[in-house]
Write a protein that binds this ligand. Structure first.
Ligand SMILES: Nc1ncnc2c1ncn2[C@@H]1O[C@H](COP(=O)(O)OP(=O)(O)OP(=O)(O)O)[C@@H](O)[C@H]1O
Ligand SMILES: [Mg+2]
Length: 263
């Protein structure tokens, strides 16, 4: 039997633009369409994907890496220890597991512990048909994995000039890091009416099929303030409705593309 390939989705963008919120809505979309099991990966050093998904995290992989340097029990190999730690730090829920990478090491650190961890994460990821990664703008964690394929990269921006410039920089960065991206898609989040003309000037070079806007949503603000997971937003949420439309279109195109590639 041939094993199906993992389809990798990643979210990146300037801080505070809504990456985690939209990644959460995307996970919900996949669950609702039985596109499971999913591995959700929090690859942002300021980890909070779990809050959006409503899951509790005990231990991050960054902590496991620290332990690998000094606390490996006698008689246990480092490989086995890290494998055990990766398994322990996996938050398991129905149809979705969450892995939190934690703080990355300083720049340029490619220590043995990191290498071991990267290999172990790569192996784990390969067990899931769907992978959803919430990144930070620098793509620090992702750049250290040996598997460097993203089928669909959601670049999230707010409707600001700086957000848009960051989005462009991230697109350049992934190319420089040698990350292979099947498709880049710009999501302009927290969008307000009346900005269309200005935004279309800023995103010259991107085809309309590669851009979508998600409106500012009072319900998201309310959920955020009340500490409720946005994963549970009601159907009347305007952001949820807009995001679902975009996700349905993209998944349709992706599966169509894959069916074509396979034939
Ligand atoms: N469409 C929206 N309408 C209203 N509020 C939103 C919307 N999208 C996100 N927010 C709010 O914006 C804030 C930032 O969102 P979020 O944490 O998802 O961004 P982020 O890009 O992941 O941030 P960070 O860079 O800190 O990881 C949160 O308070 C969230 O509730
Ligand atoms: Mg975030």
């Amino acid at each position: 039997m041939t094993k199906e390939r993992t389809i990798t989705f990643a979210f990146a963008g300037k801080g505070g633009t809504g990456k985690t919120t939209l990644a959460g809505l995307f996970v919900r979309f996949l669950l609702e369409h039985n596109l499971t099991p999913i591995l959700a990966v929090d690859a942002d050093s300021n980890a909070n994907f779990n809050e959006v998904l409503g899951l509790k995290v005990e231990e991050t992989l960054g902590q496991a890496r620290e332990m690998l340097k000094k606390d490996v029990p006698a008689g246990m190999t480092k490989d086995l220890f890290i494998e055990m730690k990766v398994e322990q730090s996996l938050v398991e829920s129905k149809d979705i597991d969450l892995m939190v990478m934690g703080r990355p090491e300083g720049p340029g650190c490619y220590c043995a512990a990191n290498n071991l961890l990267s290999k172990c994460i790569d192996r784990l990821m390969a067990n899931y048909p769907y992978l959803v990664i919430d990144n930070e703008a620098g793509m620090e964690h992702f750049s250290r994995l040996t598997t460097k394929d993203i089928d669909l990269l959601f670049v999230v921006s707010d409707p600001s000039r700086r957000g848009m410039l960051s989005a462009r920089r991230i697109c350049d960065l992934v190319d420089d890091l040698g990350i292979r991206v099947g498709r880049k898609f710009l999501m302009i989040n927290r969008y307000r009416e009346g900005l269309t003309r200005l935004i279309s000037q800023k995103i010259r070079g991107l085809t309309p099929e590669s851009v979508a806007t998600i409106p500012e949503d009072e319900l998201i603000c309310q959920y955020d303030l009340e500490g409720k997971p946005t994963f549970e937003l009601p159907l009347e949420s305007v952001a949820l409705q807009a995001a679902n439309k975009v996700f349905a279109r993209l998944i349709g195109q992706l599966t169509l593309g894959q069916a074509r590639a396979a034939s």
